[in-house]
Design a protein. Structure first.
Ligand code: FE2
Length: 199
């Protein structure tokens, strides 16, 4: 584990890579400009099984987001990984293999009043059931691929550079098959209310 200054350097490199990717994607920038009020905050690392799966994953292929993909992996050991669905009936396999940590927002290495940002990783052959939240959301697929499902539309396979937008409280789900997926996820509002499974 790097020292305090080393850890901050890891986070700063990740933030810079996220900013460059975010501002380089017109759809994402139109949905929510990258925030101009980002401030650092301390992180208390907390690890979950999926974090280790992402650390050793070899299938996260991408043609243009290698820097951000690798920066999310490098910061993984320093992150507070989330257990959003702990205590629900989502099942042990999901709890053991799904992985997500916050970059900007609660538990993240940075704060902003304008936007929250996370990384989501799913190994092959995993289903993230239907869920929803008040926050308006956009996924940018960085590496690998997954079937993204949004209520009211056909499921679509999205790969690097593709986005999926979720309106306030619009149920959405995703499934991986032969490949894993890594996505950069942002909310532009509704920060105080976490996701819940859609019954
Ligand atoms: Fe969501």
């Amino acid at each position: 584990m790097p020292d305090q200054g080393g850890m901050r350097a890891v986070w700063d490199r990740l933030l810079q890579a996220a900013k460059e990717t975010h501002e380089g994607n017109a759809t994402l920038s139109a949905f929510c400009p990258f925030p101009d009020d980002v401030q650092p905050q301390d992180v208390v690392p907390y690890h979950i099984p999926g974090a280790q799966l992402m650390a050793v994953e070899t299938g996260l292929h991408t043609d243009r987001y290698t820097e951000l993909r690798d920066a999310f992996v490098t910061a993984g050991p320093l992150a507070l990984w989330r257990e959003t669905y702990k205590g629900t009936d989502i099942g042990q396999d999901f709890m053991d293999r799904f992985a997500c940590y916050c970059l900007i927002g609660v538990g993240g290495a940075f704060t902003s009043q304008q936007m929250c940002a996370w990384v989501v990783y799913m190994p092959p052959e995993l289903h993230y059931p239907w869920h929803h939240h008040p926050g308006e959301e956009m996924y940018l697929t960085l590496a690998g691929e997954a079937v993204f499902m949004v209520e009211g539309a056909e499921g679509v396979v999205l790969g690097p550079g593709d986005t999926s937008q979720h309106e306030s409280n619009q149920p959405h789900a995703m499934t991986t098959h032969a490949h894993p997926v890594m996505a950069y996820v942002v909310w532009r509002n509704g920060f105080e209310t976490p996701p819940v499974l859609t019954i």
